[in-house]
Design a protein around this ligand. Sequence first.
Ligand SMILES: N[C@@H](CCC(=O)N[C@@H](CSC=O)C(=O)NCC(=O)O)C(=O)O
Length: 277
Amino acid sequence: MELIAENRSFGGRQLRYSHRSEVLACDMIFAVYLPPQAEQGPVPVLYWLSGLTCTDENFVTKAGAQRYAAEHGIAIVAPDTSPRGEGVADDPDGAYDFGLGAGFYVNATEAPFAANYQMYDYVVSELPALVEAELPLDPKRQAISGHSMGGHGALTIALKNPGRFKSVSAFSPICSPLKCPWGEKALGGYLGDDKEAWREYDATELVARAEERLPMLVDQGEADDFLAEQLKPELLEKVGAAADYPMAIRMQPGYDHSYYFIASFIGEHIAFHAANL
Ligand SMILES: N[C@@H](CCC(=O)N[C@@H](CSC=O)C(=O)NCC(=O)O)C(=O)O
């Protein structure tokens, strides 16, 4: 991997790398924040998955997470949200909710997307192996979080990999892609018409059959324009209660879907992960 940008931040380093992804069959860019504690030895790591239209940069420049990551001695790895580059298939109409910037953290099986859109394997396997080999990260202390499409990614990846993460959190996650327009479009496009395959990437389905009980924190703004149609935290809450899965779902009055919301609570999310790492 090649270092392409570096900025000192809260005593640590905000880094940006490019690399060739074999899994995605394209060049990729990702961001890493290393707290000052990483100078002394391996530190725990939080993976952050961003939402629709984002690159690795939205979270890094807007969330204000570095202050809290430095305070708690946690590294943050923030990948891009889809494969990139010439030849990578996109939404035929250039829509923002499918294709580039909208990989949904699944392994596509449908042509032409299957050639590059393997974001689940990229986030679960290829990227962690790369950063663990090159940077002072402790693979035994991992957590995962994300926003909207990335909240769906964080919840599903944590639930599908018991024993891997110490905690999971999400801001405004798409709680059931099986039951919302964003999810129906993306899972249909990447996985085809067989909804059995979709169930493997739906947090409500995965909570219902989960064996592990992972500390889980979800924040959702009550003034979020996407809340009723796309996000539906009530579905996650209902299945969590039925499965006796302990989760904190906090409705936050007045907050919308933006990074102003994320920046307001990212400190609490990082403290939550720090307490479990
Ligand atoms: N219509 C909007 C939708 C894009 C949007 O709101 N993206 C969110 C994530 S939504 C769910 O995954 C986001 O994080 N945007 C980036 C940002 O920096 O705010 C549009 O295209 O404008």
